[in-house]
Design a protein around this ligand. Structure first.
Ligand code: SF4
Length: 401
């Protein structure tokens, strides 16, 4: 395997400390690393070292397979009763008349779904702001109507932030609420709203929404109903490495209990137009280190995803050598969350061909999946028409004479 050969070479060549060798030995022998090991990697693991370890784990779990799907997003509103300091996307209710605020009606949302009639999308991803009118009944109705219109479309919707709010307002327990969502047609839960679990940081950046314990509890209940979900972290702001490890450890423990998480998606803090804009963003190297250490630490998660609308296509492509085996989907310019936060991807949309070529160009296998990682098509041999509009990612240098 390439990853193991890469690691072997690195261990021979470099003057690494006994501690580096100890951790590398654990990974090579498929032993779990401890929180102290994880912290050591954040503090002393350079990109080459953690990348080589992560590649071993990635290739052990997924070989060269790199997954993507055909999906679109639906964001019912960007008005929100909460006021998370890092959020560039939301507007307060009193800003409802701002030009960049929106609230969709049920019909608007069904129109978005109908727009994809006849197109081979497999998933709708629904998240947005939290508002009183988008309550339990609204979402039950929405899921039922989507299900009736397009029974095979996978509904991946809402995070514990929304569920906590609507269940409390609807006076139902988390168990009862999640059962109602399941009956209405919810298929899986995305991973958002986790931010940073540690209370010292959470209370500074997202004080008023659901707590870490509530976030974890709602996922646990969902998993116990036999359903799947994803998990995230918001990194690269005021947190310390200790807080990242605490977050990963809590996820690893829950996954040991339920096995219900599919994918871990590190989300980068972007600093455009939010209350934390004075905080510089971390570098691309730190993004790659964070993917890699997440891959090494979360030994019970099958997949690590880099979300290309957030970090851009080039870094998403590079991340495939640093533990990542999934780059999300076609998106079709249906999300504003990261474009409003300053991502280079202002109108995120990639065709199947573009995603496949992006993956193939770094020597990985492009696998089209459904939301639950059933393989829909292995694109290793797929031939596409030449795309004359698309220049790919290789910009030729401009030579000045
Ligand atoms: S992060 Fe979510 S909950 Fe927080 S303000 Fe933004 S939309 Fe609202």
């Amino acid at each position: 395997m390439r990853g193991e050969a890469q690691l072997e070479l690195l261990l021979k060549k470099e003057k690494l400390s006994p501690r580096h060798h100890e951790i590398a030995g654990k990974v090579a022998k498929q032993k779990r690393i401890s929180p102290e090991d994880g912290l050591f990697l954040f503090q002393h693991g350079d990109l080459a070292f953690v990348g080589a370890l992560a590649n071993v784990v990635r290739e052990r779990l997924n070989g060269d397979n790199t997954y993507f799907n055909r999906n679109f997003h639906m964001e019912p509103t960007n008005l929100c009763v909460y006021d998370c300091k890092f959020c560039s996307y939301s507007r307060l209710i009193k800003q409802r008349d701002d030009a960049d605020a929106w609230t969709y009606t049920m019909e608007d949302m069904l129109d978005i779904v109908r727009k994809y009639d006849g197109q081979p999308v497999t998933e709708v991803h629904i998240v947005g702001g939290v508002l009183p009118q988008y309550n339990l009944e609204f979402y039950q109705d929405l899921f039922k109507k989507i299900r009736a219109h397009r029974p095979e479309l996978h509904i991946k919707a809402l995070t514990p932030v929304e569920y906590h709010y609507i269940f409390k307002k609807g006076k139902v327990s988390y168990e009862e609420g999640m059962r109602l969502m399941l009956e209405a047609g919810l298929d899986s839960m995305p991973g958002g709203g986790a931010e940073i679990f540690h209370p010292d940081i959470r209370k500074q950046i997202a004080a008023d929404k659901c707590t870490a314990e509530q976030w974890l509890e709602i996922h646990e209940i969902w998993h116990k109903l036999g359903k799947r979900s994803n998990a995230t972290i918001l990194y690269g702001h005021i947190e310390a490495f200790e807080h990242r490890i605490d977050h990963l450890e809590q996820l690893r423990q829950l996954q040991d209990r339920t096995g219900g998480f599919q994918t871990f998606i590190p989300l980068k803090f972007r600093n455009k137009d939010n209350q934390m804009s004075h905080i510089p963003e971390v570098s691309g190297i730190e993004d790659l280190r964070n993917y890699a250490i997440s891959r090494i630490y979360l030994d019970n998660f099958a997949h690590i995803k880099s979300y290309w609308p957030m970090i851009g296509r080039t870094l998403a492509q590079m991340s495939l050598a640093f533990g990542v085996d999934d780059i999300d989907g076609t998106i079709d310019d249906t999300t504003k969350i990261y474009s409003m936060a300053g991502s280079e991807e202002q109108n995120p949309a990639l065709s199947t061909q573009q995603l496949v070529e992006l993956i193939r160009r770094v020597g990985r296998r492009a696998i089209e999946r459904d939301t639950l990682y059933n393989i829909l098509q292995d694109h290793t041999e797929t031939k596409f028409e030449e795309d004359k509009q698309w220049r790919g990612y290789i910009d030729l240098p401009v030579v000045q004479s």
